[in-house]
Structures are given as C-alpha cells and as structure tokens.
Design a protein around this ligand. Structure first.
Ligand SMILES: O=C(O)CCC(=O)C(=O)O
Length: 321
C-alpha cells in the first residue's frame, strides 16, 4: 500500500512478495506483471543495436523465445575485450567489500580491501555501487540500447535499472558458500526482472561458472515442496532429484560473454577451484516494488551515451537520480 501511495517499499513489501510467490506457485508474479504491462509506454530508442547485437525485429523475437522457454540466453564475446581489460584494471585498483562467509559474523559495515589475486582473504569481494556508477565503461553498459530493448520485450514494460554490481569469486575455498550464492536458489526481490551477467574473465569449468536450471523460471515450475521451504538455498542433489541433472546448464565461456537470465529460476555460482571469476551484473525490473536497496546516486559526470539515455528515459534510471 505504501508503495502505491508514495513509491516507497515498506518493511513488509519484500516479505509479502516472497509469501505470495511461494503460495501461488509463482502465478502471483505473472498476474501482477500482466497488470503492470497495461501501462506499458514503449521506449522509443533511436536504435536497438548494441553489445548483444540488434534487438529489433527478428533478433529480439529469437532471443525472446529462448528466454521464455529456457530462462536464459547467452551472447558469447559480446563485450569488447578492451572494455573487459579496463574493467579488470578498475577491479584491481579499487577497494572492495569482503563478504562474510558461512559461519562468520556479518559486520554492520563490511571490511574493505583491495582484491589480491595471490592472497584472497574470502570467497567473495563486492565492489561498491557508487564506485561502479562513476566508471565510464559501466555507464556505457547501463546505457546500452540492445540490452534495454531485450529487457523491455521480455518484461513487456519499461525496464527500471535497479542493480549494478560487480564481484570476484575466488578459490579461497572451493566447498561452496551460501553467502556467495554458490548454492541453488531463486531470487525474489521484484515482481519480474532480468539479470544481465557479464564475464570479465575467461570462465572455464573450474573457474566458478554461473549455473542455471533450464525452464525453472516459469510459473508453476518450482514444486510446492521447495516453495514451502521459502527463500532458502538448496543442495545440488535435491535440485537434480526433481529436475534431473541434464536440466543444469553451466556457462563456461570467454570473457566478454553476456548471460541474460530470469533468475526466478534456480541458479547459482559454482565454487571456484581454478582461476578467480570477475563478473559485472545489472538488473532490469518491470516495477520497483519489493526490496528497498540502499540509495546510491549517479555522479554528475556522465558519458555521452548515458547522458543522452537519461535525457530521454529518466524513469529507467530513477533509482539512481
Ligand atoms: O555468482 C553467480 O554466478 C550467482 C549470482 C546470483 O546468484 C545472483 O546474482 O542472484
């Protein structure tokens, strides 16, 4: 109610969303999304081309069909290697938050350190959103017209960019850490959304590939006995016992690969036994109802691409204004 009146998520918004998703077998989100789509005023972008190709006409139809059926789509070598290199340099010269691991006490303010490839101190290092928003390459990715076009087509709504994050998964230990999202789970922060994962390092089978259970994003695809357990992490064996091992896709791919996924489906990062993985993530949602993330502002300095998108579609970026 508070969200409808003043656009602010009250404490109970997130809990209610999870409850209604689990109680309805996922159908609640589908109903709400249909209602949100009634007010869809299409983005009029001058072009729909960008990092993931041309998302006008046939391109978007094919991508949409795969997203709807499987829950993910992969664009290999999509991001320019020079951009990957610059983002890697940024990651090696910018302090990150060390995420508390399973069994460790969470601090009110996380410990911050530079990530050292030779001496990782934890499984996961998260960069601060404020630092990411000031990075020109990140700003250009936020402005990318092809990603916005595909998100708009899938959501059937004007996308709202509401998460920009980047993190390392290291081989500090390789047993899997639930705080680092290395066990299967579904997300439920919004009504409907897409996550965009961009590999900034080459990711082989031992380098923590992202993993997804094909088709598990669809309403009704998560069995009630999992939903009755709520918003929890699941062991691989439990997930495979229901969906079969063959339903798991592990995305080994070169740096610059973009994976776009409906993370209502089961997904996780695999534990790392080989090289560390650096990943950039954005989330595009059909509504801002749900979780209230800490407020972060875009800096005054913006790339021409982002400045021009902001002029046309401030509502897409309103979380950061
Ligand atoms: O690091 C990964 O591959 C998993 C990330 C994840 O679970 C998430 O962003 O929701």
């Amino acid at each position: 109610m508070r969200f409808l009146i003043c656009g602010v998520n009250g404490k109970r918004a997130h809990q209610s969303l999870i409850y209604l998703f689990c109680a309805s077998g996922g159908h609640f989100n589908a109903w709400c999304s249909r209602i949100i789509s009634i007010w869809h005023k299409p983005l009029e972008q001058p072009t729909k081309s960008g990092i993931i190709g041309d998302m006008g006409g046939i391109g978007v139809e094919a991508a949409l069909q795969q997203l709807q059926e499987k829950g993910y789509i992969v664009f290999e070598n999509a991001l320019d290697p020079h951009v990957c290199k610059r983002l890697m340099d940024f990651a090696l010269t910018t302090p990150a938050d060390i995420r508390a691991m399973d069994g460790e006490e969470k601090r009110a303010v996380p410990r911050t350190a530079f990530y050292s490839p030779d001496k990782p101190e934890a499984v996961r290092y998260d960069y601060k959103s404020g630092d990411l928003l000031g990075n020109p390459d990140v700003q250009d990715i936020m402005a990318d017209q092809s990603i916005l076009a595909l998100a708009e087509a899938y959501l059937d709504a004007r996308p709202k960019l509401d998460v920009v994050s980047m993190w390392w998964h290291t081989r500090f230990h390789s047993k899997g850490d639930s705080e680092a999202a290395q066990f299967y789970h579904f997300d439920m922060d919004r009504v409907k959304w897409l996550k965009v994962f961009i590999y900034l390092t080459d990711v082989g089978p031992g380098d923590g590939p992202h993993a997804f259970i094909t088709g598990s994003h669809r309403p009704g695809a998560i069995p009630q006995y999992f939903l009755d357990r709520g918003y929890v992490r699941l062991m691989d064996d439990e997930v495979f016992a229901h969906y079969g091992k063959n339903s798991e896709v592990k995305f080994s791919a070169p740096r610059g690969t973009v994976i776009i996924e409906d993370t209502r489906g089961f997904h996780k990062g695999s534990p790392v036994s080989g090289n560390p993985r650096l990943l950039l993530q954005m989330q595009l949602s059909n509504s801002l109802f749900g979780v209230s993330y800490p407020k972060v502002f875009l800096p005054s300095q913006k790339t021409p691409a982002l400045a021009s998108q902001l002029k046309r579609f401030a509502d897409v970026y309103k979380v950061y204004l």
